[in-house]
Design a protein around this ligand. Structure first.
Ligand code: DAH
Length: 342
């Protein structure tokens, strides 16, 4: 009996040391501790032993059994640990010739300029308003002093929906809603996506962004308009920007202006981005037409105000030197992910 126990212990030692995976360990468990296993067999042999020897061997067999259980459990743990280490090592080794996986994202240039402008205008007491992309004829045109059949509608080739609604062609579409919401006095900006049925080229897109702004109060004049536009542009570009004001026609402002800035891509020499003029129309603006104030529930005898419709998409192109407007909607991450927040 004594010899048998020794022999089993030796075999156990040998087998456990050599076991290289969980299958091998399982086999060892069965062959030592299973129903017909070596340790279990010993217990059967014990029946033949008598008296004090039975007790002694019984204790020795139990000891062997718990030793076997412990050795097997330890080996299972060691194998698991080794497997884990192997996996970690495999995961950490990488091919340095592969292109880097860009873990850090970046903001879209439109998002970057929008945030900057929001910050500039909120610092000047403006609120930032949200507005829908689907609107109706009243908000997009009629409330802006563009009645049905007015030729000014032709300038904006509109996407109409089957239910009579339309995709907003200009952020001005929010003016009426915002005037009705807050009344006067009012200072608000409202950035948004606009849609027009345009033939696309380097400077035209059917989907683009504008940022509208309105300031309404007593005694607001063109001087206020010019001051806010100049302050905003020099803050956006971080230096004084050359601007040009021309008369412009928009039914919802009187007088209306085109505010142009010197093309930063070609320096004013002329290039496809500025239609070879050296100037970019950036910010049409003007004094809000009395009809528009009235439609918004504001008394034009008491209040005046200015409005502007900044071309956010153009501004982003100027600021980041993007030559083709189509890049912005392209989803081309190589082009778009280079604009990290400054
Ligand atoms: N909504 C006009 C457009 O998209 C731009 C515009 C012009 C907005 C003059 C204004 C404004 O607020 O005063 O063509």
């Amino acid at each position: 009996m004594e010899e048998k126990i020794k022999e089993i212990r030796r075999r156990l030692d040998d087998a456990v040391t050599r076991a290289a995976d969980s299958d091998a360990i399982e086999q060892i468990r069965v062959s030592f501790l299973g129903k017909k296993g070596m340790v279990t067999d010993l217990l059967k042999d014990l029946k033949e032993v008598d008296g004090a020897a039975k007790k002694e061997f019984g204790m020795k067999i139990n000891l062997l059994k718990s030793e076997a259980e412990k050795r097997i459990a330890e080996r299972v743990d060691a194998l698991k640990q080794a497997e884990l280490e192997r996996r970690i090592e495999a995961a950490e080794s990488y091919d340095v010739t592969l292109p880097p996986a860009s873990a850090a994202g970046s903001y879209h240039p439109i998002t970057l300029v929008t945030r900057d402008l929001e910050q500039i205008f909120t610092s000047m007491g403006f609120t930032v308003e949200d507005y829908f992309e689907v609107t109706d004829d009243y908000n997009c045109f009629e409330a802006l002093n563009i009645p049905k059949h007015h030729p000014a509608r032709d300038m904006q080739d509109t996407y109409y929906l089957d239910n009579g609604q339309l995709l907003k062609t200009q952020t001005s579409a929010a003016q009426n809603t915002i005037m009705k919401k807050y009344g006067a006095p009012l200072r608000a900006i409202f950035p948004g996506r606009c849609f027009r049925n345009e033939a696309t080229d380097a400077c035209h897109e059917n989907t683009f962004f504008q940022m509208e702004g309105m300031m309404i109060d007593r005694d607001i004049s063109i001087s206020n308009l010019i001051y806010f536009m100049k302050t905003m542009l020099s803050k956006v570009f971080g230096r004084p920007i050359e601007v040009r004001l021309r008369p412009g026609f928009f039914p919802f402002v009187e007088p209306g202006f085109e505010l142009d800035i010197n093309c930063l891509i070609c320096g004013g020499k002329g290039c496809p981005s500025c239609k070879n003029s050296g100037w970019l129309e950036l910010c049409p603006c003007g004094m809000i037409h009395p009809n528009v104030l009235t439609a918004g529930g504001i008394d034009p005898e008491e209040y005046t105000g200015f409005a502007f419709g900044l071309g956010l998409t153009r501004l982003a192109m100027m600021r980041y030197g993007i030559k083709d407007i189509r890049d912005l909607n392209s989803g081309n991450l190589t082009a778009l992910s280079q604009f990290i927040s400054e």
